[in-house]
Design a binder for this molecule. Structure first.
Ligand SMILES: C[S@@+](CC[C@H](N)C(=O)[O-])C[C@H]1O[C@@H](n2cnc3c(N)ncnc32)[C@H](O)[C@@H]1O
Length: 373
C-alpha cells in the first residue's frame, strides 16, 4: 500500500487514506513523512541509498504502508514500488505539488511543462525554456533556476500551514518548493538543423543543412537510443536528444579533447544526459546497449566499423552513414550494392559576398547512405 500525503499531513488525508494507513502495522517513508502520522506503528525511515535497500525491506517487513509525497505515481516512490512488487501495490494518491501549484497560480495543468531536477542537472531546463511557456520545476535550487530562466516564483510547503508563494529575489527558501517560470527570453527550436555557431567546434561539425537531412533519416522517436559513431562536436547526438526528453544517445569519439567538447555542447544545449564514450570504433562499440538507430560520421573507412554497426541493429533499426571523401564513398558504394537503401548526394551552396555582389560558395558535397534493417 502506498499513500500520498501532503504538507497538510494527517488532517489532509481522505477518510479512505486514513483508514488504509490505520490498518497497517508498519509505516515506511522519509522521517518528515513518518512524523506527520499519529498512532502506534512500527516506523521505518528510508535508508540511503534507498533503491538498492528496497527488496530487503519488503522481505523483512509485512503489512506495510509506504508514505509518499503528493501523488506517488508522479516522480514518486510509487512507480519504483510498482516496478519492484508488481500488482501487490495499491496506490492512494494525494494532489501532487504540481496540481497545488497550478491551483495557486491559476495555471492550466495540461498546458504546463514540468521538469524534475531531483538529482539531475539544471541544464535540462534549457530546451524547455521557450517564450511564453509556463514551466514548473521540482527539486530545483531557486538561484540556479533563476540564473537560467530569469524571474521566478517560489511556492513553498504547498498545502501546509507554512505555505508561502512569492516572487524570488535572492532570499533563502524552503527546500520543499516548486519553482514557477514564465519565460521571456529567446530559445532554440527542437527541430534539427540548429545554426552551426551554437556549437563549440574545431571544424569537425556536420553542417546545418546536412545535419537536418541526416536526422530526418535517423528518424528519432521518443524513448529510442542512437549511437553517434565519430561524434566530433556531438551535433547529431545533441539534436537527436533534443527532439524528446526520453531520447537517449551514446556518442562514440576517439579524441578525448573532442569528447570533452561534446559534453560541453550537450550541457549548453540542454541535453546533459548524452553519454560520451571515448574510444575508437569498432572496438569501442563492443558491449554498448543495442541502439534503435546509428549515425556514422567518422571512421567509415576503418575496417569493421560498418559491419559492427549493421550487426548491432535489430530489425527495423536505421543506419545513416555520411561520406565526404572518395575513400569513404567507395566503402559506402560497396555496402549500398550489398544492402540497398537510399543514396543521396547533398550539395549545399551558401550565398555570400563577392566584392559588392553576392555569389554562391559551395560546401564539400556529402553523400548520405541510409538503410533500414
Ligand atoms: C566529421 S567528424 C563528425 C562530425 C559530427 N557529426 C558533428 O556534427 O559534430 C568525424 C569524427 O569522427 C571521429 N572518428 C574517426 N574515426 C573514428 C573511429 N574509428 N572511432 C571513433 N571516432 C572516430 C573523428 O575523431 C572526428 O571527430
Amino acid at each position: 500500500m502506498v499513500v500520498g500525503i501532503g504538507a497538510d499531513g494527517w488532517d489532509g488525508l481522505s477518510p479512505a487514506a486514513q483508514q488504509a494507513v490505520s490498518r497497517s502495522r508498519v509505516l515506511m517513508g522519509s522521517q518528515r513523512q513518518l512524523d506527520l502520522v499519529p498512532g502506534e506503528f512500527e516506523r521505518v525511515a528510508w535508508p540511503s541509498p534507498l533503491v538498492p535497500a528496497l527488496p530487503g525491506l519488503f522481505e523483512t517487513f509485512r503489512d506495510v504502508c509506504v508514505l509518499a509525497s503528493g501523488d506517488p505515481m508522479f516522480h514518486g516512490i510509487g512507480t519504483t514500488l510498482v516496478r519492484l512488487l508488481g500488482e501487490r501495490v495499491t496506490v492512494i494518491p494525494h494532489p501532487s505539488s504540481v496540481s497545488l501549484a497550478c491551483a495557486r497560480l491559476g495555471w492550466a495543468l495540461n498546458e504546463v511543462e514540468v521538469v524534475s531536477l531531483v538529482a539531475r542537472s539544471a541544464d535540462l531546463l534549457r530546451p524547455v525554456l521557450t517564450p511564453g511557456r509556463r514551466v514548473l520545476v521540482l527539486g530545483g535550487d531557486p538561484e540556479t533556476v533563476a540564473a537560467l530562466a530569469g524571474p521566478i516564483i517560489v511556492l513553498e510547503q504547498l498545502g501546509g500551514a507554512a505555505e508561502r508563494v512569492y516572487p524570488w529575489s535572492g532570499q533563502d527558501s524552503d527546500p520543499l518548493c516548486v519553482i514557477a517560470i514564465e519565460y521571456g527570453g529567446s530559445a532554440l527550436p527542437r527541430v534539427p538543423g540548429l545554426p552551426d555557431d551554437v556549437y563549440e567546434s574545431d571544424g569537425q561539425l556536420t553542417k546545418r543543412e546536412v545535419r537536418a537531412i541526416s536526422l530526418s533519416r535517423l528518424a528519432p522517436l521518443p524513448g529510442q537510443l542512437l549511437w553517434d559513431v565519430g561524434s566530433g562536436s556531438g551535433s547529431i547526438a545533441i539534436e537527436w536528444a533534443r527532439t524528446h526528453p526520453t531520447c537517449r544517445v551514446i556518442a562514440v569519439e576517439q579524441s578525448a579533447e573532442r569528447a570533452e567538447r561534446i559534453g560541453r555542447n550537450a550541457a549548453s544545449l540542454g541535453v546533459p544526459g548524452v553519454e560520451v564514450h571515448i574510444g575508437r570504433a569498432p572496438d569501442a562499440l563492443q558491449g554498448l546497449e543495442k541502439p534503435d538507430a546509428i549515425f556514422v560520421g567518422g571512421g567509415v573507412t576503418v575496417p569493421g566499423v560498418l559491419q559492427a554497426c549493421w550487426d548491432a541493429l535489430a530489425s527495423g533499426g536505421r543506419l545513416v552513414v555520411n561520406a565526404v571523401t572518395l575513400e569513404s564513398e567507395a566503402v559506402v558504394a560497396q555496402w549500398y550494392a550489398k544492402l540497398g537503401g537510399d543514396l543521396v548526394r547533398i550539395a549545399v551552396n551558401r550565398g555570400s559576398a563577392v566584392g559588392g555582389f553576392t555569389g554562391w560558395r559551395p560546401h564539400m558535397p556529402v553523400t548520405t547512405w541510409s538503410v533500414v534493417k
